[in-house]
Design a protein around this ligand. Structure first.
Ligand SMILES: Nc1ncnc2c1ncn2[C@@H]1O[C@H](COP(=O)(O)OP(=O)(O)OP(=O)(O)O)[C@@H](O)[C@H]1O
Ligand SMILES: [Zn+2]
Length: 623
């Protein structure tokens, strides 16, 4: 144990448990990377942090506080984004342990671990569920299992015919974004601004919907509210009822619709003022009381119009932010298993026998399957990360020209016609007019030591990652190409056919992984077309889980746990959404509308042109 250097990425809810368990188990050399600082909301479950630590680097504080478990351990804190670390950083470690809260960073760590052939132990939790997955070089990697696609609502449910509060909340959030997050104003709106919005949302907008006569056949029609004055006048008869039974905090109470109308008018005025003060568009944040007040009022008034039961601001906040409560015990269980797996992986490094390594799902009673271990699986032949081929190029980036890099490396690897990419930029494409880039030096494109550039052949299925090792001593033409094992080669026709035949059986019977600890952003609206033509919504597991938290006994039905990452970035989702099937709600109008919208779908930037498919839309049933 003492000879092994470990890398722990993320020291939040699970990570701070892992470091403790590692030290108490006898590990002595651990590098901790985290890009974040400590917040008040972390203290309820990240037990090594104290109030005085708020605002300080998580990595720094965790290393200081963890010394109590072993004063002589070598703990190295790094307050940085893991995505800034390259292969030479990763290759220092025997095992990488990830305790992250987003897919992007996990994918990055996975890629680095594949490139450097380092085992990775990935952890995650959401409420009472969690998992520890072990990824050994040569076997299944993090990207072998497709990540659960975002679920969507047909746009017409949101826009025309909401049936549940969540539909109203999604609409309210969208309207907030349209109204406050895309425009800047130099001066306050006119007096009538809030009234105009009131009419647009709750009166004229509804009347416009009612004008679609055919649409309402057999459906319950919404009732427009009129102008705010008339609507507020109805208050007198109702308020007394609204005052009853009100010992609960404001946030937990459900008010009369008229009170939401008053609060709506006030919140619009204040949001408009705030936008002028900041002289920039606003950002939706569920923790901003003003933004939340707007969304709660709009959602409740819309619910009232459509005959849906109104809910408290607290409940609406849960829906708007998709909050899954973090459970410290789940994190502790996951951390304990992760440390056990680190030890198993070290055994594997010696023996290359993987029997003892397992991926484990953490569930709950009454199915009595608290822990469910699975044997490690083989790689998915279709996994682009597992198929990844790489070489190292030792060169002087201040001298070597793009031309030299492309021509010489491509020649060595038998490329027919190569494009050169770096990150999301295309540096050279033979079919584009990019000749002038050929004469530039690599460093002009910020290619530096430990950068990874990508050579891709558009004619054949051939993609090679080139890890750059900068050496200032090397002259331009004296670069050196180092193969990692065999020389990379294009995928042969037979291999391609084999891949197609072998429909991935991976994880068909397996639960898929849950995301992180704590607050998640599972409801994410993604606009694939122009300004909100289509709304894609990740299934808000939260709603199910929150309800289920009270019904503790029923939770285990979730042993079909979805691969459910929280804080998934929009790109992650779009990327994963590319290869999913359509399953549109049985609503003909919705189907038609979505199909029309699909035609308008804009091109999604993706380096991997061959895998580019049209994003598709999946419907969701929240029951
Ligand atoms: N790219 C990254 N590089 C380094 N650390 C990261 C990166 N992405 C996320 N992290 C860290 O991973 C940790 C995940 O921990 P956790 O899921 O408990 O989230 P949290 O931010 O601590 O809590 P919460 O979001 O629930 O309030 C966080 O400390 C976060 O800063
Ligand atoms: Zn893979």
């Amino acid at each position: 144990m003492e000879q092994n250097k470990l890398l722990l990425i993320g020291v939040g809810g699970i990570g701070s448990e892992i470091i403790k368990c590692l030290l108490l188990s006898g590990y002595t050399e651990i590098t901790c990377v985290d890009l974040d600082t400590i917040e008040l909301s972390n203290l309820n479950r990240q037990f090594l942090f104290r109030e005085v630590d708020i605002g300080k680097s998580k990595a720094q504080v965790i290393c200081e506080r963890s010394k109590r478990f072993n004063g002589s351990a070598k703990l190295v804190p790094l307050h940085s984004d893991i995505k800034t670390k390259g292969p030479s950083f990763f290759s220092q470690f025997s095992v990488v342990v990830t305790a992250l809260d987003n897919v992007g960073a996990r994918k990055y760590a996975n890629m680095m671990c594949r490139i450097t052939k380092t085992p990775m132990v990935d952890t995650g939790s959401a409420g009472f569920n969690g998992q520890v997955e072990v990824f050994l070089p040569g076997l299944k990697c993090f990207e072998c299992t497709p990540i659960q696609p975002p679920k969507t609502y047909p746009v017409c449910t949101i826009r025309r015919n909401p049936e549940k509060m969540v539909h109203c909340v999604v609409w309210a959030k969208e309207e907030f974004k349209k109204e406050f997050c895309s425009k800047t104003y130099d001066s306050a709106e006119d007096e009538q601004y809030n009234e105009l919005l009131f009419l647009k949302y709750f009166d004229q907008g509804i009347k416009d919907l009612l004008a679609l006569k055919d649409f309402w056949k057999g459906k319950r029609k919404p009732t427009p509210l009129g102008n705010s004055k008339t609507f507020l006048n109805e208050k007198k008869e109702k308020t007394e009822k609204g005052q009853e039974n009100n010992d609960q905090p404001q946030e937990m109470r459900i008010f009369e619709p008229q009170e939401y109308a008053t609060l709506f008018l006030k919140s619009v005025r204040e949001l408009a003022k705030k936008r002028v003060q900041l002289s920039r568009p606003l950002i939706f944040d569920k923790d901003d009381p003003l933004a939340l007040a707007f969304v709660a009022c709009v959602a409740n008034l819309r619910a009232f119009i459509f005959g849906i039961t109104m809910q408290s601001t607290f409940e609406i906040k849960g829906i708007a932010g998709s909050i899954i409560p973090a459970v410290a015990s789940t994190n502790a269980i996951v951390a304990g298993i992760a440390v056990k797996e680190v030890t198993n992986v070290l055994g594997w490094l010696k023996t290359k026998k993987d029997e003892s390594c397992k991926s484990t799902w953490v569930g709950i009673p009454p199915k009595r399957i608290l822990l469910q271990p699975f044997r490690l699986e083989n790689s998915n032949k279709k996994c682009l990360v597992c198929k990844l081929q790489c070489i190292t190029l030792k060169a002087n980036v201040e001298q070597i020209l793009v031309k030299t890099l492309i021509k010489e490396v491509a020649k060595e690897l038998d490329f027919e016609s190569a494009t050169l990419g770096f990150g999301s930029n295309c540096i050279y494409d033979p079919y584009d007019e990019m000749e002038e880039n050929l004469e530039k030096k690599c460093c002009q494109f910020k290619i530096e030591h430990d950068s990874i550039v990508e050579l891709d052949d558009t004619e054949i299925d051939f993609n090679v990652k080139v890890i750059i090792v900068h050496d200032p001593q090397i002259k331009e033409q004296q670069f050196q190409i180092v193969f990692h094992g065999d020389k990379p080669k294009p995928t042969t026709k037979e291999e391609q056919e084999e891949e197609e035949e072998e429909e991935s059986s991976l994880s068909k019977n397996k639960p898929s992984i849950v995301g992180n600890t704590g607050v998640s952003e599972t409801i994410e609206i993604i606009d694939l077309i122009d300004e909100s033509e289509t709304i894609i919504l990740n299934k808000p597991d939260i709603i199910k889980e929150k309800k289920d938290l009270n019904l503790f006994q029923q939770l285990p039905n979730q042993l079909d746990r979805k691969r459910n990452f929280s804080n998934m970035s929009v790109n992650d989702e779009i990327e994963k959404n590319n290869d999913k099937t359509i399953d549109i709600e049985k609503d003909e109008n919705a189907e038609k509308e979505i199909k029309q919208n699909m035609k308008k779908t804009r091109k999604i930037p993706n380096n991997d042109k061959k895998n580019q498919k049209k994003p598709e839309i999946i419907s969701i049933d929240l029951d």
